[in-house]
Design a protein around this ligand. Structure first.
Ligand code: M6R
Length: 577
């Protein structure tokens, strides 16, 4: 994963790069570093841990120079330590690299560079020397990048800083990269957040494109080294307030934002995005089969969508993106809907790129505008949840669910969505003491089972993901009907089983009896049973129940004193295979 930033202009680069890295920290938070240049003098600082911690210790702003590059890391090759942190510099001190991605043929490239003394264990340092080697052979920059792109396999968003010419070379394949245009200054970033404080004009790199940036400006080239003219996009971003003292963590702040985010989406679906939802409706009506492609939480939202569409009589399936090539059968009449908060998940991109031209249509549902998935699709619906900082997806998941409810309503399902914002607000406010009580019961458990039926299945999967990701508890979310086919063997005295009951006479009640007979600790999430207060409504139950699940996992993680917003080993955007 990782996030990269670059700056070339007339201001001090380090504070701008630091600001960008803080915005990109959701992409990785193992270690970080910045390199700047001042009259060919190279300044580099890097360290392990969160950016603010490293900055407090190293003081990035003391790095002088008006040109520089920065990096925040999620380790793929090599341990998390200071040596493996980026930027990396060659021994000649002529070239510095920051890289997001994976160089797949790094062993092969390393063998070709026989006399080089590598300092780190990273694949990126090998790429750095490989590129320098090209320049040492006397190739022009364009020729060197052209060959580099031909020979290097894998995913890359790379910034090379040439310390002799004061140029930055920006190269992109599969990992995202954008260039921001200011007045006499140029910004680079893994996404537009990195520089949205400084400019709202951006150019998005497409695969195998590169740019050469100097104090004369920038030029873009394709993989054959031919200059290309790129479109400048003016972007607007829904700004969210900073985390304030009412919220200790972004996860909680983002759950509390849900009523506002759902309302914002609702307004947009009735105004500026009205045509889009109509177009999607028509695509669904005219296609033979609908395949959702997504990962993690977005996959669970897609499972819910398939539940709704199936009830409406459509042939809809959700497929985990990383398995799409194995189990997703696409023909000309298939509609593919890619669902992704970030719009950058590599598994989703890998799934849709090869089938782009062989399906009926390709639609994206994303939160981050202008993201790679959005740019690949013909129709895009934005879920407008605003930037989500916590690694755990909460408000974006709820907005995805709301979008599917709205779509189903448009397709003829009878759902009352009028009071939904108020209901969500009350749900959050009215259940806090019960959530705290249940969190106490669950905080020391090793395993938790969550069972659901119909739309409850998607919720069960989602709550189990959050329990693992945020509360570090092994959890299994499953279809209640499957319990008796094996898992029941694991239910013993006080085993916690969360049961999602959407209806008064829900058939899941017999599964409740089964676990109660084995003395399980049954926790009921339902408008009709148990102690949580949930508004009635079969179709909207999934939305309410998952929000309770989010709050519960948050409280458990808090009791366990866990790093809620940045769980270990994870990153917000998963741009590796
Ligand atoms: O950005 P995406 O929605 O494509 O991300 C997919 C998953 O990586 C993501 O939902 C992940 O499972 C969340 N961190 C879960 O809270």
């Amino acid at each position: 994963m990782c996030g990269i930033t670059g700056y070339l202009g007339y201001k001090q680069a380090a504070p701008i790069l630091l600001e960008g890295l803080k915005k990109l920290e959701y992409r990785g938070y193992d270690s970080a570093g910045i390199a700047t240049l001042e009259n060919h003098q190279i300044n580099i600082k890097k360290g392990v841990g969160a950016i603010s911690k490293i900055d407090a210790k190293l003081q990035f702003s003391k790095l002088h120079g008006t040109i520089g590059i920065g990096h925040t890391r999620w380790a793929t090759h090599g341990k998390v330590n200071q040596i493996n942190a980026h930027p990396h510099l060659t021994q000649s001190k002529n070239l510095i690299i920051v890289h997001n991605g994976i160089i797949e043929n790094f062993e092969e490239l390393k063998n070709k560079l026989n006399s080089v003394n590598l300092i780190s264990d990273t694949d990126s340092e090998i790429a750095l020397y490989y590129f320098e080697n090209k320049l040492n052979k006397g190739l022009t920059i364009k020729e060197a990048i052209k060959e580099f792109l031909k020979e290097v396999k894998g995913t890359l968003a790379i910034l090379f800083l040439n310390t002799q010419t004061n140029e930055i070379y920006a190269i992109k394949r599969d990992s995202p990269l954008a260039l921001g245009i200011g007045t006499n200054e140029i910004f680079l970033g893994s996404d537009i957040y990195a520089f949205s404080k400084f400019t709202h004009k951006a150019i998005f790199f497409e695969d195998n494109e590169f740019a050469i940036i100097s104090n004369k400006g920038f030029r873009f080239y394709n993989q054959n080294g031919l200059e290309i003219i790129k479109k400048i996009t003016k972007f607007n971003w829904v700004k969210e307030e900073k985390k304030n003292k009412n919220f200790e963590h972004y996860m909680l702040k983002e759950i509390y934002e849900e009523p506002k985010c759902i309302e914002r989406l609702s307004i947009s679906l009735n105004s500026d995005q009205k045509n889009k939802i109509q177009n999607l409706k028509n695509l669904i009506l005219n296609s033979k089969k609908i395949l959702f492609v997504a990962a993690g939480t977005s996959y669970h939202a897609s499972l819910y969508a398939t539940y709704l569409l199936t009830r409406l009589g459509f042939d809809a399936r959700a497929i985990i993106a990383s398995e799409f090539s194995n189990i997703g059968l696409v023909d000309k009449e298939t509609l593919i809907i890619a669902v992704s908060q970030s719009g950058e998940t590599m598994d989703v991109l890998d799934a849709i790129k090869p089938v782009k031209n062989s399906c009926y249509s390709l639609v994206s549902i994303v939160n981050v505008p202008h993201s790679s998935i959005e740019r690949l699709c013909f129709l895009n619906i934005n879920i407008l949840a605003g930037q989500e900082i916590a690694v755990a997806s909460t408000k974006t998941y709820s907005n995805e669910l709301y979008l599917f409810l709205k779509l189903s309503q448009e397709l003829g399902m009878k759902i009352n969505l009028e009071k939904i914002f108020d209901n969500v607000k009350e749900l959050i406010e009215n259940n806090s003491s019960q959530i705290k009580k249940v969190a106490q019961l669950l905080k020391n458990k090793k395993d938790i089972y969550i069972i659901g039926k119909g739309s409850g299945y998607a919720v069960a999967r989602e709550i189990s993901l959050k329990l693992k990701e945020v509360s570090y508890i092994h959890a299994e979310g499953m279809m209640s009907g499957e319990l008796k086919h094996g898992t029941l063997a694991l239910i013993e005295n006080k085993t916690p089983v969360i049961i999602l009951i959407s209806e008064k006479h829900d058939p899941i009640l017999s599964n409740l009896k089964e676990v109660e007979s084995r003395n399980a600790q049954a926790i009921l999430i339902s408008p009709y049973y148990g102690d949580f207060k949930i508004p009635e409504g079969k179709e909207t139950f999934a939305l309410y129940a998952s929000i309770l699940g989010f709050l519960l996992t948050y409280e458990i993680a808090k009791l366990k004193n866990l790093p809620i917003d940045k769980p270990r080993n994870l990153a917000k955007v998963v741009t590796v295979k």
